[in-house]
Design a protein around this ligand. Structure first.
Ligand code: SAM
Length: 751
């Protein structure tokens, strides 16, 4: 796997040049068998815990070595005031050793010696000339130091530019812009409080708090005492090294008086009894990766057990979406916060909307909860919808049904501001509102708090009553990896076809399933199945399908490997081996067929039924269609099988209605829709009831209109046909049908 370790944005760090040098050094280090060096092995052991087995490699080692060496040059330049270090030393690596000793002697508190992963590179440069690496360090350092970024944020910028998002996603290394840090520190930190950033990264929150302390009208003693109450943890030793350097840069004049309470430490699974229940404030931005992103079964197990111990473990169907940040929130309360202590995190919006966080939202043992929400332009800084979540540890158990959480919406003070992370950006309070759960579900001891919505919107929600159909709709089958089974075919004869991968499925395919793994394979035609996905679903119609190879019998979808026809058995063996080679360590299926039929979503009688009603499992608009014939349904659709065509049309009319889409928008958390429509009391179809008859007629009419409209649109502009286009045409064509449906539904659903 060749990862482009470094990406380039708008800064003149020449990443193409850096990449080439890194590849060059990788060759030299491999030649000198770095893999057998103890220090490299030590690094590998520590960093594999952070980035996982697939991403931890020699290139990543070199990138962190670069960061470490540039860090030393930073100390020389900005703390030892040896401005000429860069130019003076062509053979900088050797000089770096001297520099390490000098820094160690001058600033014992930095404990530079703790980081010695990269000693093999230094000793190699003593034996073998590495001019290109010297030059690399000098060029990066001089470019960074000439930038207009404040020195204490240079490494925030450098790490986020030089470590590719693929790696940073694994450890959640997306740093908080200083302008947001300042606003949060001003809101939550009071002078002299014992404060911890449990995942401090390059130290933006620690720097923010120290700047706050230094800006106060207080004596030097008071300031030093307050500074010595600031703590930072991070699982990445290099992050701690950078935090130390940034803080020393701010406090170099009083270095001898301060203690740098910064520790390379796994906040979730390591223990510091001496700091138990000692903090007044926990502030920061915990990693935003999920249980699904973890590629170690062992770590997944530990995370699941920790979530259970913290009483926030999601339901099994949501466990893959467990957000590691929610563990940080409750771990802080359980182990580090004093009673009445405060916690203030930047965190994904998913924790207040997603069904995977419905136990987290009990906020058990917390009070005075407040939420900061931001305009889209501000949300862009992280490319994921985020909030700031404030709470206070409290022993008073609050009744979930009573809780109302104030939410403060912030917008940019000046809309024309350039949203560069390092600019001073002022935020203004745009509005305040109260958030409440749209419903609360009790299952035995466990309480599940549904998505938080604004109290105003609660009034727009139809009465919630579980529908008769809730447990009758099922998700389709996750027919993945698609690059192995989605095909286009040509007939060879009545029984055989020649297959190649279907180009359509590669648009959004991710590694390792984004490659065409076969060409011109011959299989028996009887193993080709027609399959529907949500990508071609519009109101009342699915305008196209896919051909998929499945080693199953058509009549009952049974899988009998031994009896597979020769060609198809060979092909299945081929794709099955590819699946087993590339699958994640945490994926427990022992064959491709087992994976295709996970949770028995493929091999079941529902899939073989001739009449189905489908709707999309995610998205912001609810579309539904009645499907007749031999079509299998994939996992991005949910479906109900029936023998009653009118019942099918009745359901598709309701599911396509504007009313249901509005209700879904209020209730849905992130993109997922799944069973939400059935929180509304859609009644069992009854042909005696006039409204039901009318809805069925309108469902049929909607299908006729959608069918003819798509056909005409396809005929008119075959090449430029798109879902977006057909949906726009349908909006007009179906307007009257959808209005009639809404009129009927208003009466029906309020009954
Ligand atoms: C989103 S960054 C935040 C850094 C810094 N607080 C900021 O806001 O700029 C998350 C940090 O969490 C660290 N981290 C990930 N897992 C951790 C763990 N189990 N214990 C401590 N730190 C962890 C990562 O290394 C990363 O630096």
């Amino acid at each position: 796997m060749v990862n482009r370790l470094v990406n380039s944005t708008n800064f003149d760090l020449d990443f193409h040049y850096i990449n080439e040098r890194i590849i060059e050094l990788e060759k030299v280090l491999s030649k000198y068998d770095i893999y057998n060096e103890n220090k490299f092995r030590e690094w590998f052991k520590d960093f594999r815990k952070i980035y996982g087995k697939n991403e931890t490699n020699l290139r990543l080692y070199i990138v962190f070595a670069l960061i470490y060496f540039v860090g030393l040059v930073f100390v020389a330049n900005y703390i030892l005031n040896e401005k000429s270090f860069i130019s003076k030393y062509s053979k900088s690596i050797i000089k770096i050793k001297e520099l390490e000793e000098k820094i160690e002697n001058k600033f014992r508190i930095l404990k530079i010696g703790e980081i010695n992963y990269f000693a093999p590179i230094i000793s190699l440069s003593e034996r073998e000339d590495l001019p290109f690496f010297d030059e690399l360090i000098n060029r990066i350092s001089s470019t960074l130091f000439k930038s207009n970024i404040n020195p204490e944020y240079i490494f925030d910028y450098f790490i986020q530019e030089i470590v590719s998002p693929i790696f940073r996603h694994k450890s959640g290394e997306y740093y908080t812009p200083p302008f947001l840090v300042k606003k949060m520190v001003d809101e939550a930190y009071s002078f002299g409080e014992k404060t911890l950033d449990p995942c401090c990264g390059s130290g933006n929150f620690l720097v923010g708090i120290i700047k706050f302390i230094l800006s106060q009208e207080r004596s030097e003693e008071e300031k030093i005492s307050a500074i010595n109450k600031i703590y930072g943890f991070d699982i990445n030793p290099i992050s701690i090294y950078l935090s130390k350097i940034n803080i020393l840069f701010l406090l170099k004049d009083i270095a001898s008086e301060i203690s740098l309470n910064l520790y390379a430490f796994d906040f979730l699974f390591q223990i510091r009894n001496d700091l138990n229940g000692k903090f007044d404030l926990i502030i920061g931005n915990p990693p935003w990766y999920t249980y699904r992103d973890v590629d170690s079964i062992e770590l997944q197990e530990k995370l699941k057990n920790l979530a259970e111990r913290l009483e926030i473990k999601p339901r099994p169907k949501n466990i893959l979406n467990l957000e590691i940040s929610t563990l940080f929130f409750f771990k802080a309360k359980k182990s580090y916060m004093k009673n009445k202590a405060k916690i203030f995190f930047v965190i994904t919006k998913g924790v207040i909307t997603g069904s995977h966080a419905s136990r987290f939202r009990n906020f058990k043992g917390f009070g005075d909860i407040r939420i900061w929400v931001f305009d889209k332009k501000i949300e862009k800084i992280f490319n994921i919808d985020f909030i700031c979540l404030y709470a206070q540890k409290s022993q008073i158990l609050e009744e979930p049904s009573l809780y109302e959480i104030p939410a403060y919406h912030f917008a940019l003070e000046h809309n024309d501001i350039n949203m560069n992370n390092y600019n001073t950006i002022d935020l203004k309070l745009k509005k305040e509102e109260i958030l409440v759960p749209f419903s609360i579900e009790q299952k035995g001891e466990k309480v599940f708090i549904k998505k938080l919505i604004s109290k105003e919107k609660l009034g727009d929600l139809l009465p919630l009553k579980e529908s008769y159909y809730k447990d009758l709709f099922h998700k389709g089958a996750d027919l993945n990896p698609r690059n192995l089974i989605f095909v286009k075919f040509q007939n060879v004869n009545d029984l055989l076809v020649k297959i190649n991968p279907d180009d359509r499925i590669f648009k959004r395919a991710k590694a390792p399933w984004n490659k065409k793994e076969f060409e011109d394979e011959i299989i028996e035609k009887k193993y080709l199945f027609k399959v529907l996905k949500s990508t071609e679903l519009v109101k009342f119609h699915v305008y196209n399908y896919y051909d998929v190879f499945l080693p199953l019998l058509k009549n009952n979808l049974s899988f009998n490997y031994v009896n597979l026809d020769k060609n198809s058995k060979e092909f299945y063996n081929k794709i099955n081996n590819l699946y087993l080679r590339y699958k994640k360590e945490t994926t427990t299926h022992n064959s491709l067929m087992e994976n295709l039929n996970r949770w028995s979503k493929l091999i079941n009688s529902r899939q073989t039924s001739k009449i189905k009603v489908v709707y999309n499992n995610s998205g912001s608009i609810l579309n539904s269609a009645v499907i007749q014939g031999d079509f299998l349904i994939t996992g991005d659709l949910s479906f109900y099988n029936t023998t009653n065509l009118n019942e099918a049309y009745y359901l598709s009319a309701i599911l396509n209605s504007n009313i249901l889409t509005e209700q879904i928008k209020i209730m849905k958390s992130s993109r997922h829709i799944f069973k939400l429509p059935f929180n509304i009391s859609i009644r069992k179809y009854n042909l005696e009831i006039f409204t039901h008859q009318e809805l069925a007629k309108l469902g049929k009419k909607g299908q006729e209109i959608a069918l003819s409209t798509s056909k005409n649109a396809l005929k008119k502009n075959k090449d430029k046909f798109s879902k977006y286009k057909i949906q726009n045409i349908l909006k007009k064509e179906l307007k009257s049908v959808l209005n009639q449906i809404d009129e009927l539904l208003i009466k029906e659903l309020k009954l």
